[in-house]
Write a protein that binds this ligand. Sequence first.
Ligand code: NAI
Ligand code: MG
Length: 393
Amino acid sequence: MRTIVSLPGDGIGKTVLPEAIRVLEAVGFQANYVHGDIGWDYWITEGNALPQRTIDLLEEHKIGLFGAITSKPKDEAAKELSPDLQGKGYVYFSPIVGLRQHFNLDICIRPCKAFTGNPLNFIRKDASGGFEEPKVDSVIFRQNTEGMYGGIEWTNPPKQVRDALETHPKMKNFAHVPSEDLAISTRIVSRNACKRIIRSAFEYAKKHGYKNVTVCEKPNVLRETSGMMLGEAKKIAEEYSGIDLWDTNIDAQMMWLTKNPENYGVLVSENMFGDIISDGFAGLVGGLGFACSANIGDTVSVFEPTHGSAPKYETLDPSIVNPIAMVLSACMMLDHLGEIEKSDKIKVAIAEVIKEGKVRTYDMMKLRGGADAISKGACTTQEMTDAIIARLK
Ligand code: NAI
Ligand code: MG
């Protein structure tokens, strides 16, 4: 039997992950689950939010189902470290970014498909003053390991770094700035990673019948990095007749989100831009309670909702957060494992629950999150899962 590494992490990650496993069990997916330590507790007690033993588990079993972690800026993280570890040179790094880099999970897939009847779906005015609901069905391919999330950055850069940068004529503009007043974050992309993410996007479009792939970058300004993405896309596109290659600038794309989101099929971007447009598209189809993702590498893959640990809800009992993003992430895991039929069954069940509209989490009711949401008619996290399970045929 297959073994899945279960990585609940922090906050509501611990709430939603067991719900996804309940659904997986109800649909008849047979697996063992082993727990992997990850997140804030291990930062505080061990100075490492991603312990080696967790990496070893993923190395062994290859598939991770991940909830969410809490991340905090460097200085704040350092203050929370257990007193016996303070001042010993531990530096906080986000364990999910660490996982993506360690296992080269370079292909991030984020589908954003509207469910009929979801009250959170984007609506816009039509030309006659009425309203229309565009059918949003887009899948964002985000390069997951490089670019602006590569982690190569400095405040007060060392002399060799500054000297190297001074060889670029544009550094003249910063000649008067002392190094301690300079902060630098890099955006480094490699041709091979560009090719891999673009090819994955085209392959997905071909397999799932999408008619266009949009490279969403900014090559007019970021001439080197965005330029390389677009250049490689143009070459790869020639191998896929019947799929159009479009390119948009990230800023314009955010504007077009509310004008014609239904026109876009697959989109592909560098790390930071992929993060931005995937949140943008997710907002059109229900937001964080619905946004799922897959991080795919050559040998290891990790599936996770794109939301975080939502600390303000972690202690609410009963819990009110929406488990659908986590359950859809589990469906992506099933798809990856070739269990398409089980995945489809779960998605049909979710679609039916949403369409019927009787069981809704607080976000679907447009309520403020809080303990009182339930008295206002919102269901609990567990009731949403129960409703989905009841629909599994
Ligand atoms: P968040 O995603 O945790 O929460 C933002 C808001 O979205 C919440 O207050 C809540 O209103 C809503 N929300 C999130 N998940 C929901 C769900 N399942 N159902 C209904 N509503 C939901 O993002 P935030 O507040 O910016 O960050 C909280 C912590 O999570 C931070 O420490 C951050 O670093 C971390 N984070 C971790 C991520 C990960 O594990 N991949 C991703 C994003 C943030
Ligand atoms: Mg994000």
